[in-house]
Design a binder for this molecule. Structure first.
Ligand code: UN1
Length: 513
């Protein structure tokens, strides 16, 4: 259906794919560990993968360690040149890769293409960065001394990515790591390994044409034990993990236990504040994209709407007019805006959260059904839900990775709305819609939003790659992607050089021997 066989051939996705790759080469296929991936869109089997063992992981790490020895010697702009070519290959394959992302993960085609565009954008960003891995120079307090800091390649970067952005998050990490002189080992989500196979196929020729050694860009497909091995491995100085707070706490604990670096990008419980000064026409588009886009499965998804009581009824009626008309269906179908959830387990969490929030006193206004019938063959299609709720409900405090939007009322000034927005454990993304400058600036001030991302008159999701991406509190504190997020991928060093014939001590200390 939808030309998917052709796409699989073009992307080198075989009926059965091997468990790991160190660049061009693929590891052995063990039929015993085969896992078939089914599309959440139509339930059809797409292809199978082998699951790697910890011994396979060992093999990959050794190859990566060897590769790092030479990769770090290549001048950064030359590494950038290779990333530039990877970006161009992704441009060539944007359509089929976007389609496979859509088919394997279930996000609509437009968002699949958008995800590949994020990869292309980060490649461009990384190319520029490869000539800008700047450190500062400082003036020494001692005569004839020079002082500066420099950034050196760090080593192996472990990348654990989630199903919802199955390829873009890899590229944020792997492309920055590559220009920084690091090698990466990617463990994609068990739910979406085929797009990782496809990416490896796409970059293969670039690696060959540039004689990139095996071990610079590694993929290993496997279960939680591979992630656990990576987290515990002192040969992996940085582990970048995207996913649930539960997973991140485990990874963070293990990596922290060996004093390694963990870059964590975990759950969000993102809110949009609508004040009496909001442009509601504009706000509604942002709210609906944020709440039902990617079927509510972005870490930046809008989960809470904090609405001033004077406009509460108006906002509610506007949403109640939009929600019944949302085109729900096959994500590859032109015009669909809401695709399926990733699997039945996700559907279960969706329905359980709705039952729980109603038991706490919430009112389900619309949605919450699991769709059945010929157009919805997988049991993973749901109707996005609107729930009138209170911020303090346990269910509202948790991130449910599904399209549920909680409508929460406030009656005082913007400070009250900000307190509600901040009144959760997570701290990823936040927004305010207002044309009032005092409200907007209060939201952005030191007593405003406590999130890693705070927007004015823009929704919570759909960030550009140029900014640093991540959040505070239980979101994990890490920053990926743009701005100076690259620094975590490098080893920082302060250098002081004495070119005098004296040895003066800092702080003026006298120590004559
Ligand atoms: C994620 O959901 O893990 O800002 C990443 C956004 C996207 C990235 C989301 N650019 O919504």
């Amino acid at each position: 259906p939808h030309g998917i066989q052709h796409v699989l051939r073009e992307l080198g996705v075989q009926p059965q794919n091997a468990a790991y790759s160190t660049g061009r080469q693929w590891g052995r296929v063990s039929a015993a560990t085969a896992k078939t991936i089914h599309s959440p869109a139509d339930g059809h089997p797409i292809a199978a993968v082998s699951m790697a063992s910890v011994e396979d992981y060992e093999q990959v790490v050794r190859t990566a360690q060897e590769a790092f020895k030479t990769w770090r010697l290549m001048p950064a702009p030359k590494r950038g040149e290779i990333v530039r070519q990877i970006g161009n290959k992704l441009r060539e394959f944007k359509e089929p890769l976007g389609k496979l992302v859509s088919y394997e993960m279930g996000k609509i085609m437009q968002e699949g293409l958008g995800e590949v565009q994020e990869m292309i954008d980060i490649c461009d960003f990384a190319v520029g960065l490869s000539r800008q891995l700047h450190g500062f120079t400082m003036h020494s307090e001692r005569p004839a001394h020079r002082m500066y800091d420099q950034y050196q390649p760090l080593g192996i970067v472990g990348v654990i990515s989630a199903f919802n952005f199955p390829v873009a998050v890899w590229s944020w990490n792997a492309m920055l790591a590559a220009v920084c002189g690091d090698v990466s080992i990617w463990k994609p989500s068990e739910k979406t390994p085929l797009v990782a196979v496809a990416v490896q196929h796409i970059i293969r020729d670039v690696l060959a044409e540039n004689d990139v050694p095996e071990g610079v860009f590694n993929v290993i497909i496997g279960g939680a034990e591979i992630g656990a091995a990576m987290a515990a491995d002192t040969r992996v100085p940085l582990v970048s993990a995207t996913g649930s707070t539960r997973m991140g706490k485990k990874v963070g604990e293990v990596v922290g236990g060996r004093l390694g670096r963990a870059l964590l990008e975990l759950g969000g419980n993102n809110a949009i504040i609508l004040t009496p000064h909001a442009d509601l026409d504009m706000a509604m588009r942002a709210v609906v994209f944020g709440a039902v886009g990617t079927a509510g499965q972005r870490c930046t998804t809008t989960r809470r709407l904090i609405i001033h009581e004077s406009i509460f009824e108006d906002v509610k009626q506007r949403l109640l007019a939009i929600y019944p008309k949302l085109p729900i269906g096959n994500p590859l179908q032109e015009g669909t805006l809401v695709g399926p959830l990733i699997d039945k387990q996700a559907v279960d969490m969706f329905t359980k959260a709705l039952t729980a929030v109603q038991a706490e006193g919430g009112t389900l206004l619309i949605g919450g059904e699991v769709l059945a019938g010929a157009d919805y063959p997988t049991g993973t299609y749901v109707t996005p839900a609107l729930v009138e709720a209170r911020n303090e409900y346990h269910t509202v405090q948790e991130e449910t990775f599904a399209p549920i939007l909680y409508l929460i009322r406030y009656s005082g000034g913007v400070e009250e709305a900000i307190a509600l927005q901040n009144g959760v454990k997570q701290g990823l993304s936040s927004s305010i819609f207002t044309l009032n400058m005092r409200e907007a600036e209060a939201f952005l001030s030191q007593t405003g939003s406590d999130c890693g991302i705070a927007n004015v008159n823009i929704g919570t999701s759909g960030a550009e790659i140029g900014g640093a991406f991540g959040g505070e509190k239980e979101t994990g504190g890490g920053r990926e992607s743009g701005s100076d997020a690259w620094k975590v991928y490098m080893r920082r060093q302060t250098n002081t050089i004495n070119y005098s014939d004296q040895l003066p001590l800092a702080q003026g200390i006298k120590f004559d021997v």
